[in-house]
Design a protein around this ligand. Sequence first.
Ligand code: 1HN
Length: 347
Amino acid sequence: MSHRDQTKDNRQAYYDRIAPANLTPLWEVFADLVTPQPKTRAAVAVWHYDHIRPFILESGGLITAKEAVRRVLILENPSLRGESKITNTLYAGLQLILPGEVAPAHRHSQSALRFIVEGQGAYTAVEGEKTIMQPGDFVITPSWTWHDHGNETDAPMVWLDGLDIPIVNFFDASFAEDLDQDSQPLSRPPGDSLARYGAGLLPVGYESLSPASPVFNYPYARTREALEQMRKAAEWDPCHGLKMRYVNPATGDHAMPTMAAFMQLLPAGMSTAPYRATDGMVYSVVEGAGKTFAGGQEMTWGPRDTFVIPSWCRHHHEVEGDAVLFSFSDRPIQEKLGLWRQDRGNH
Ligand code: 1HN
């Protein structure tokens, strides 16, 4: 046996002997643990709405919203099948609620965001206040807030759910409970939170123990109008076009402590500069059509499509007409931990 083989055998015999004591040599795993750059298991992927919409509607004939608790098709990253993840840290799904249905009230330590994709006029109630949802609205249900949904319209409604489930489970910090009634009692009139906290004003003496925004519906009509007004200044970021983040108006921080959300306008003809960041990004297309080049792949997208760009995957977008993109990520946590990085160039 060569000297090299002998050394290898000796080491392996040693590893085998220490294994029952639950010991592992760091030098054998170091390179996988501490990589010079992020090495995600998640893949670039796109879900075309036209393709999956029939599957979503079909679920409506198989199970009621009430029986399912939440009737959702999970958007699973193709490289993370079976893990209920769209990125390593985030969950995403498309939820269907049919006319007359109720999704019963519950609360959990996971934070959720909703981005309305199809239909209009269904409601969600959060902590005693109802809001009617329209396409493009960004709605939050922060950690441990009671929430239930209902559809009193005559058309199906579909929205994108984003949750921090993998993060909460990573910490083994999941709690959940059901309310003893399907619909929670309402204590404030519709529109109260937006008027009280989302009109550039705050109640005098307002203080909150929660890090989450007191506004829980950020209507698309307002967001779109803001983008339209700002575009006149023609200040375009080479990587992002015009990209805004949803904020907690009381603190200026992200709307929720674990997930950030964004809305961006890419003007007609724009080809963005290459970009990557450590937060994996989930996109929902609101308006327009385009292409995203990421990780050696080309994705085409149009309204209501969802696509995902994993951590540190360099990408750029190309659009013909104007495009409006919603997106969300785990950026707030990474920022708080001093981990978030971006790379705005080609190297
Ligand atoms: C949840 O509460 C909702 O409230 C949607 O609509 C999806 C996925 C996992 C756990 C809780 C909702 C969810 C969820």
